[in-house]
Design a protein around this ligand. Structure first.
Ligand SMILES: Nc1ncnc2c1ncn2[C@@H]1O[C@H](COP(=O)(O)OP(=O)(O)O)[C@@H](O)[C@H]1O
Ligand SMILES: C=C(OP(=O)(O)O)C(=O)O
Ligand SMILES: [Ca+2]
Ligand SMILES: [Mn+2]
Length: 713
């Protein structure tokens, strides 16, 4: 565009033969069809003239105004009818209130719309609660442009124009990078401990809720808000969580990147134009200032990343990580607080439904997390990693861990919630976050977040086909010319992801709700290779394994260590629960009993040996196992009991080689199998020890039964 161009500033073929000069340019290209009139094809100057005299006018013809406001229906609407102008004003004030610095004298001056398109019907709002004073800073002189609920197409353009590392993949998906963090940072999560949360939440050893005080939260909130207001523009998403209309939550996400806005557009429930107009004040707000770090000199900060939740203020602040999963999982944490308060169980599970209305839940642990672990914790060799040091406060000596900090990226080989709930023969209700209320199940989200590493069209056709225009593709590698994604390439990270609206899956159940579940499937990716591919669980066993929340990690470190590491995450989602695990377990047990649901333990991990010698069980076999659970045929199969773990395992399943059903058959070294099984059982026992002091539910019978349902040896 910068080089010499015709005076209209655009290059065009037609301009070689201006209208006034007639056909005097290059000879006309002849087409195959000589019978057709020349002006039907390949015409240069004789077509219908464009209805514009200038290029600006032409461009203004191209984009017509969006659909006018939807009239509010119903009697109540008629009563509350407000003018379009008033509605716009209220929206501006609401967003200005969200973005107001609580320290400064003035709130931000907001302008709706892209700063690059000045004067196109933009509206300006001052935050009316604040009156400017002489001590105003430069920030009070500047405007913050905000882009409110842009469409995917608009967000694509924003991303491609302004964000490095954003490209259109050959599938049409938007490929982008999440920066230095490519997984969640659970150790950087903080929750404000105040009068409200003091008694309600789970604090202390084992809890994911690392405390911070109200003041420090405000320091970080101010940091995020100042950062966002310093930008040319911010993105604002007003959306919903939870498909159960009675318990729907309004969320606002303020972010700096089109990538984040598109991600949340896909992942949350999208309001209709009418719902958006009447959105009002959000129930919860996220400030995502992920490009900007937190200040390590701030109290409670142990790194440059901080994800802070304040339940009293109904706000979350993100600093120092652009990984989009923090937003969706952060909100999930909030739901783990809000829903149980209403006697609704929140579940870290996928969910689907058969043609006859049978619902299954798929529990399993999350994907990749960034963990900074010290070598001592990692290698279980505490004594050799300790040294004697003198206390800076007194003359005593004490042992201190030698903190050889290894930035470890631990990755759970995904346990299969997303993969197995996406089943061509069943209706998808959701892949990750659900509620179980008196009415049945409902999805919290409006989209799915699938892992893409090694993705293939053959094995996972529905996910493959969902990767198209509108989908966010995170951290994938693609051919620089063809823009063809190489799903095997893990150069950026092992945790490559695709986020798409749930209706990109052809058999999604919209609205995403269903009746009470019939099967509760606990997924574990056992990299030790000793858990059976499937076991039928008693209620007590279901509780034992639900509270344990076992899976194995395969860790990648700088020095290339790759060995399985057992992880236990209560309720298969300890990073997201807010109250004590036994609270959720008691609710699950009550609901399973009431609705007669059956529990299953499915190992989607290794078979024939541990990681390194065995192999991951074929996805096709796991699918046949899941089919047999859904159809009911597995409920009535014949079973035998395993040693140590005391699990009931079927002797036969259609489409699955019988010998793999009992893992002992698949190990060549039977002693190694026994040792590994005992090792894992020991890890289960150690982990469960902390729960033995808690009563689960109202009767202590259950607690005792649950304790007895663990491994015995
Ligand atoms: N037997 C198996 N069962 C389930 N998933 C498998 C299996 N073998 C390989 N996989 C792969 O493991 C991953 C499971 O991840 P995902 O479904 O995203 O887990 P989650 O949603 O629980 O985090 C997918 O990449 C899937 O292709
Ligand atoms: C979104 C996440 O969870 P999952 O792996 O369960 O999809 C995540 O851990 O970032
Ligand atoms: Ca360890
Ligand atoms: Mn998932």
């Amino acid at each position: 565009m910068d080089n010499k161009a015709p005076d209209n500033g655009e290059f065009s073929f037609a301009s070689n033969t201006p209208r006034s000069t007639g056909r005097k340019g290059l000879p006309k290209i002849q087409t195959q069809d000589h019978n057709k009139k020349a002006n039907d094809v390949c015409h240069d100057d004789s077509g219908t003239p464009v209805k514009a005299k200038t290029i600006d006018e032409l461009h203004s013809l191209q984009r017509k105004k969006s659909a006018p406001t939807t009239p509010i229906k119903g009697a109540q609407g008629a009563f509350n009818a407000i003018s379009e102008e008033e509605r716009q004003k209220q929206q501006l004030q609401s967003i200005s209130a969200s973005l107001a610095s609580l320290m400064r004298e003035t709130g931000p001056k907001l302008v709706k719309g892209d700063p690059a398109r000045k004067g196109e019907g933009q509206q300006i709002a001052h935050h009316h609660h604040y009156t400017p004073t002489i001590s105003a800073t430069d920030s009070s002189l500047k405007f913050t442009h905000y882009l409110h609920n842009l469409s995917p197409a608009e967000l694509y353009e924003q991303a491609i124009k302004y964000e490095k590392g954003s490209f259109i993949a050959s599938s049409g998906a938007l490929a982008t990078l999440s920066g230095a963090k490519t997984g969640r940072s659970p150790r950087d999560k903080r929750v404000v401990r105040d009068e409200t949360t003091e008694d309600d939440l789970w604090w202390g050893k084992g809890s994911p809720n690392i405390e911070m005080d109200e003041h420090t939260f405000m320091v970080n909130r101010e940091r995020a808000v100042d950062y966002l207001n310093s930008l040319d523009k911010v993105f604002v998403n007003d959306q919903f969580l939870n498909w159960d209309p009675e318990h729907r939550i309004k969320v606002r996400i303020v972010s700096a990147r089109a990538y984040h806005s598109l991600f949340m557009h896909n992942m949350c429930i999208r309001p209709t134009p009418e719902e958006l107009e009447n959105f009002g004040t959000p129930d919860f707000t996220i400030y995502n200032a992920g490009q900007f770090p937190c200040n390590r000199y701030t109290h409670y900060m142990t790194s440059s990343t901080s994800i802070d939740i304040n339940l009293a203020r109904k706000e979350m602040v993100i600093l120092g990580t652009q990984y989009a999963g923090e937003m969706k999982k952060g909100l999930f944490g909030v739901m783990h607080y809000l829903m149980p308060k209403r006697q609704i169980l929140s579940l870290h599970s996928g969910c689907n439904m058969g043609k006859d209305g049978d619902v299954a839940l798929f529990f399993g642990l999350s994907g990749t997390v960034n963990l900074e672990l010290n070598r001592a914790t990692w290698s279980n060799q505490l004594p050799t990693d300790m040294c004697l040091v003198r206390s800076p406060h007194d003359t005593r000596f004490y042992y201190k861990l030698l903190l050889t900090i290894l930035p470890l990226v631990l990755f759970v080989a995904g346990t299969g919630k997303t993969t197995l709930s996406t089943d061509h023969n069943r209706y998808l209700i959701g892949d990750d976050e659900h509620c179980w209320s008196e009415n049945g199940v409902s999805n919290i989200e409006g989209g799915c977040y699938a892992k893409c590493i090694d993705l293939s069209r053959e094995k996972e056709p529905d996910i493959w086909n969902a990767i198209k225009f509108g989908t966010v593709l995170e951290n994938v590698v693609f051919d620089e010319h063809t823009r063809e994604v190489d799903y095997v390439d893990s150069s950026v990270t092992e945790n490559t992801r695709a986020a798409y609206p749930i209706d990109y899956i052809p058999n999604a159940k919209i609205p995403c709700v269903g009746p009470h579940p019939k099967n509760i499937i606990l997924l574990a990716c056992d990299a030790f290779g000793v858990l059976p591919p499937v076991s039928k669980l008693s209620l007590a066993q279901t509780m034992y394994h639900f509270i344990s929340g076992y899976t194995a990690l395969v860790a990648g470190t700088e020095d290339g260590i790759k060995e399985p590491q057992a992880t236990f995450s209560a309720c298969f989602g300890a990073a997201f629960i807010m109250m004590h695990p036994t609270k959720y377990a008691a609710m699950l047990s009550e609901k399973m009993q009431k609705h007669g649901a059956t529990g299953w333990l499915v190992n989607t991990g290794w078979s024939g040996g541990s990681y390194g010698s065995g192999k991951r069980i074929k996805l096709a076999y796991t699918r046949r196992i899941i089919d047999a659970i859904h159809s009911g045929s597995l409920l009535n199969a014949s079973y035998k009991k395993t040693e140590v773990f005391g699990l009931e395992i079927p002797t036969e399943i259609e489409g699955v080689p019988s010998e793999i059903l009992d893992p002992v058959n698949t190990w060549t070294d039977k002693n190694a199998y026994k040792d590994t099984q005992l090792k894992l059982a020991g890890l289960f026992k150690n982990n469960f020890a902390v729960f033995t002091n808690y009563k689960i539910g109202k009767n202590s019978m259950l607690t005792e039964e649950i304790l007895a349902a663990g491994p015995n040896y």
